[in-house]
Design a protein around this ligand. Structure first.
Ligand SMILES: [Cu+2]
Length: 218
C-alpha cells in the first residue's frame, strides 16, 4: 500500500491558513522549504506559526531545494530566496498588524501559507496617584491624597482609590461625568477601585445622607 505522501504534504501547507490561536510570541522564527518538507514558518520548537504579536523578529530561512524558493511578504516586508539555489539566510523583519504570506514562486498555487499579526495592545494608562476615601460613623466622608491632603481638584487620568467604608449603614459614593459608584450600603470594609477622572465636576459623599463635596477635574 502506498501512502499518498505528496497529498499529506500539501494538506499541511493548506493548514497554514487556518486561524487557530497561537501560543506566546517567539522572537525567532524559522522558514523552511525543501525537497522533503513542505513550505512552512515555525517557531524554534518546530510549531507552526499562525498568529504573532507585532514586533521585530529574526527569521532563519532554510531553502533546501534548488527547484523551490521561499518568499515572505506582507505589511512592510518583502523578502525572497532564489530559485535554483540552496541557501540559508537570516532576515530581520518588523511585523505589524495584518496578514503575511509566504510561498514558493514556481509552485505558488499549492506551496503557500500565511500567518496573521494581531493589533498591538495599547499600553495601560499611567496611574496618576492613589487616593484614600473614608466613610466614618454618622455621615462623615473624606477623600484624601496618599499624603493625607483633602482632594478638591485633580488632573484628569487614572487613579487608584482605596475606600475604607467603616459604616454598615452608609456607603462611600462617587459620582459625576457618567460615573456613579458606591461601596455598598451594608458593606463595611475596604475596597479598591480604579477610576478614570475626566475633565468636569465630581462629587463624593456618605450615601445616602452625607454632605456632598466637590472635586474639580481639569
Ligand atoms: Cu516550489
Amino acid at each position: 500500500m502506498s501512502t499518498p505522501v505528496r497529498v499529506l504534504l500539501l494538506a499541511a501547507v493548506v493548514a497554514v491558513s487556518g486561524a487557530a490561536p497561537a501560543p506566546a510570541a517567539p522572537t525567532d522564527l524559522v522558514g523552511e522549504v525543501g525537497p522533503e518538507r513542505p513550505l512552512r514558518v515555525t517557531d524554534t520548537n518546530g510549531d507552526l506559526i499562525l498568529v504573532l504579536d507585532p514586533g521585530t523578529y529574526t527569521i532563519t530561512v532554510h531553502d533546501n531545494a534548488d527547484v523551490h524558493n521561499f518568499r515572505l511578504f506582507g505589511p512592510g516586508v518583502h523578502q525572497a530566496t532564489e530559485v535554483g539555489r540552496i541557501e540559508t539566510v537570516v532576515w530581520t523583519v518588523a511585523l505589524s498588524e495584518g496578514t503575511y504570506s509566504y510561498m514558493c514562486d514556481p509552485h505558488a498555487q499549492v506551496m503557500r501559507g500565511s500567518f496573521r499579526v494581531r493589533a498591538a495592545t495599547p499600553p495601560p494608562p499611567p496611574l496618576l496617584g492613589t487616593l484614600v476615601a473614608t466613610v466614618g460613623r454618622g455621615t462623615t466622608s473624606s477623600l484624601r491624597s496618599a499624603e493625607g491632603t483633602a482632594v478638591g481638584s485633580l488632573d484628569p487620568g487614572l487613579y487608584a482609590i482605596i475606600v475604607h467604608d467603616r459604616s454598615a449603614k452608609q456607603s462611600f459614593r462617587l459620582a459625576g461625568n457618567g460615573l456613579n459608584r458606591a461601596s455598598g450600603a451594608r458593606f463595611k470594609g475596604t475596597v479598591r477601585w480604579r477610576v478614570t477622572f475626566r475633565a468636569g465636576t465630581y462629587r463624593y459623599w456618605s450615601s445616602p445622607r452625607g454632605a456632598r463635596r466637590t472635586i474639580r477635574v481639569q
